[in-house]
Design a protein around this ligand. Structure first.
Ligand code: GLN
Ligand code: ZN
Length: 761
């Protein structure tokens, strides 16, 4: 008999119950007990849903109040010293995520190449691991058992935990978190013994860090860890899980280790995983979790293709379990809740609940033969055929236009040097021009107006007037602050991707399709399902209005093609490059419309450029090539005197610096505040010659940087980069900040720029 499972289910609740309860708790409106009640209720509902859907093996400990890595930090006693006085366990937990009085929050970063963020463990020689007094995996195992549901606790694996960590602030230079493997394994050993005593038959240890290229030392650590854990007498059966790509060299090592099962992704890197597994001689007699249903997109599975894949895997393991490729936390919960969705699209889609049904259907087909699922297969075949043939998916004019794109369309008319002169004459800006990244604080008023528009309580004209009033106020403020290049503030945008997705053909948006981004921040990624076309200009009116209110230049503000893909669910029926180039064509038209309307500076943001980099180095070159082409296609259709700006977030730029230069934007704003201008040297080495605005302060923090600090940073940047191409700006948009902080920080920034400018005379 073939059975089915998943790695995890969304934990936020169908109506975002977890967010409401958690934020209520932070605001002291919801007691710890009530928060726990909500959490317990959500866990119960999920387990029961999975059981009632007929899922064969049900996971536990995939629930989290904030983040699974943060859970693990507390589970293994890796709480940094500065949080030790924060209070009880729950208070300490949230203090690590959000910061406390004298203890800044722990860093947060992307979970592999997803849009989920985890809390980064801080590890040092003083880290003294110790199993929590009441380990969460044990509590949840017992909680499910009390409902009569047997579960498989899911844990972050010990090696991945260390590889996700960073050396703590006080750690000696060269400290390697991996050096803590043995003491950490002691804690896992104790936990496994207790889980075994508590009746867990299986436990899942997630080691996704090994779908990235890993050194021999790291691979050896993995092997050592699982030889040790596998060799324990008192333990549940061990399932080592991977997802997001193939396991590469780690696969053979794990097959050789005394573990009882392996979970492999057969969606991303699937063919390679199959090859590697065959080459390793298969999992003789052991269990394989075959991840054939993609946990990261919203497309209905191709059931027949999955059955074929499963058939080829049968000979490679003792038992094949049909599985999602990864946790379903990366997709919305329930398609059925989405009442406003275009009925033509609906059969093409599967959210978490629908994916569970796909898994149980596949398992049934494997066990009872395809005859038993004939109806499901027929409906699936028809849905896929309709999707392929739909006029909503294929737009001939878009395809023809893309086919006609040639190398000239990806190149500006003149070199940067020539453009620079033309732009200088047109704009007449002082050296070290001051500006911002685009958004100003989104006030409750602005959000209320949008909600009223949605509910029909405010009409289009009323809404436009409210937004215009907001633009007036933002423009006026920037003039008073003395900024040189202004923005309209982006009040009309709910989100920098969704705003455009709502206006482009080929995109659908959801009402309840929330996905956790981090903690209580959830997003609703739009669904890019078909050929993309821009029916009409998207931003020209707003920018034109802002420009009409001031004599200073106002920047046009667009979201670039890579980010439009990275923060959406993207069609899986053509290469990402083709999709990105279609988005680029739509943006190119917008850029040219802005130019024609008299806008002199157009900023095309690509905050996701770095984070969308594929996990395996072998795939990165291909990705960077299309990222570049699509940006250039979007931005190269303008005259020399039109200045193209771009912006990227996040500090680890090593990998993309050459790409930054090749984007050939006239000015790039990048985050440097948190890495302390260290990036400037890299910039020189990458032979980046264009304008550059290294963010001088961190907008993620409410702290207002003093003039002296900003002046020193600018002086340093000036010394390295020279006066001709340095811009002065914060490191990201101001949307999430309060006006008080923004006014204070920008006042200081303008003052610092003036002081440094004065030294140039
Ligand atoms: N222009 C956007 C803003 O200012 C850029 C946001 C981002 O980089 N994530 O909000
Ligand atoms: Zn940014």
């Amino acid at each position: 008999m073939t059975t089915s499972t998943i790695h995890g289910f969304p934990r936020i609740g169908p109506r975002r119950e977890l967010k409401t309860a958690t934020e209520g708790h932070w605001a002291s409106r919801v007691s710890a007990g009530d928060l726990e009640d909500t959490a317990r209720d959500l866990r119960r509902r999920t387990w029961e849903l999975l059981r009632d859907a007929g899922l064969g093996q049900i996971p536990s400990n995939h629930f989290s109040l904030y983040d699974q890595v943060l859970d693990t930090i507390q589970l293994v006693g890796a709480v940094p010293q500065r949080f030790r006085g924060a209070g009880d366990e729950l208070a300490t937990y949230f203090a690590m995520a959000r910061g406390a009085a004298d203890a800044p929050a722990m860093e947060m970063t992307k979970w592999f190449d997803t849009n989920y963020h985890y809390i980064v463990p801080e590890l040092g020689p003083d880290t003294a691991f110790e199993l929590a007094a009441e380990p969460k995996p044990l509590a949840e195992l017992a909680e499910a058992a009390a409902l009569g549901i047997e579960t498989r606790p899911v844990l972050v694996g010990p090696v991945t935990f260390l590889l996700l960590g960073k050396p703590a602030a006080g750690a000696p230079a060269g400290f390697e978190p991996l050096s803590l493997l043995d003491p950490l394994l002691d804690v896992y050993q104790e936990l496994l013994a207790r889980l075994s005593d508590a009746g867990a038959a299986w436990v899942q240890l997630d080691e996704p860090a090994f779908v990235q290229d890993r050194s021999e030392v790291e691979l050896a650590a993995l092997e050592r860890a699982y030889r040790r854990l596998g060799g324990l007498a008192r333990r549940p059966r061990l399932l080592v899980a991977s997802y997001f790509d193939h396991l590469g060299d780690a696969l053979g090592r794990l097959v050789a280790a005394p573990v009882d099962g392996l979970a492999l992704d057969f969606t991303r890197g699937g063919d390679r995983n199959a090859e590697l597994l065959a080459a390793a001689g298969g999992l003789d007699g052991r269990r394989l979790l075959a991840g054939v249903v993609d946990g990261r997109n919203v497309w209905a599975n191709d059931l027949e293709a999955s059955l074929e894949r499963l058939a080829t895997l049968k000979g490679l393991a003792g038992e094949v379990v049909v599985s999602s490729s990864c946790s379903l936390q990366h997709v919305p919960i329930d398609l059925d809740a989405e009442t406003g969705l275009d009925p033509e699209l609906r059969p093409w889609l599967a959210f978490a609940r629908q994916k569970v049904d796909e898994l149980t259907t596949l398992a049934r087909g494997m066990t009872e033969g395809t005859g038993a699922i004939a109806d499901a297969l027929a409906a699936n075949r028809e849905a896929l055929a309709r999707r392929r043939g739909s006029a909503r998916v294929r737009d001939t004019s878009v395809r023809q236009r893309l086919a006609a794109v040639d190398a000239d369309d990806l190149r500006r008319g003149s070199s940067y040097e020539v453009r620079r002169k033309a732009q200088r004459e047109r704009l007449g800006l002082p050296p070290l021009p001051t500006t911002t990244i685009g958004s100003f604080p989104q006030t409750g008023d602005v959000r209320a107006a949008r909600a009223a528009l949605r509910r029909g309580e405010l009409d289009q004209t009323g809404y436009r007037d409210r937004m215009r009033a907001e633009i007036d106020s933002v423009v006026g403020l920037q003039e008073r602050l003395g900024l040189d290049v202004l923005v309209h503030g982006e009040p009309e945008r709910n989100d920098m991707v969704q705003y455009f997705a709502e206006q482009l053909d080929g995109y659908a948006t959801t009402e309840l399709g929330w996905v956790q981004s981090y903690g209580t921040r959830y997003v609703r990624p739009p669904i890019l399902f078909g050929d993309v076309r821009r029916p009409r200009p998207m931003t020209v009116e707003w920018i034109g209005y802002a420009q009409s209110r001031t004599g200073r230049p106002v920047k046009g503000m667009l979201t670039g093609p890579v980010t439009m893909l990275a923060w959406s669910f993207v069609r899986d029926d053509q290469p990402e490059r083709d999709t990105a180039m279609q988005v680029a064509l739509a943006l190119r038209d917008e850029v040219q419309d802005l130019e024609r309307s008299g806008v002199a500076i157009i900023q095309v943001d690509e905050p996701a450029l770095r984070e969308h980099l594929p996990l395996r180095r072998g795939r990165q070159g291909g990705y960077l090539a299309w990222a570049l082409d699509s940006f250039r296609l979007a931005t190269s259709g303008v005259l020399d005197e039109t200045q193209i700006h771009t912006h990227m977030c996040y500090s680890k730029f090593g990998e993309v610096l050459p790409t930054l230069a090749a984007l050939d934007a006239d000015v790039a704003y990048i985050e440097t505040a948190r890495s302390g201008m260290g990036l400037l040297e890299d910039l020189q080495q990458a032979e980046y010659a264009q304008g550059i605005g290294p963010g001088v302060y961190d907008i993620h923090s409410p702290r207002v940087p003093p003039v002296s600090e900003l002046r020193d940073l600018l002086a340093e940047a000036l010394a390295t980069l020279g006066p001709d191409r340095l811009w002065v700006n914060p490191d990201c948009g101001l949307k999430t900040r309060a006006y008080e902080e923004v006014v204070a920080a920008l006042t200081n920034m303008v003052e610092a720029a003036a002081e440094v400018r004065a030294t140039l005379r």
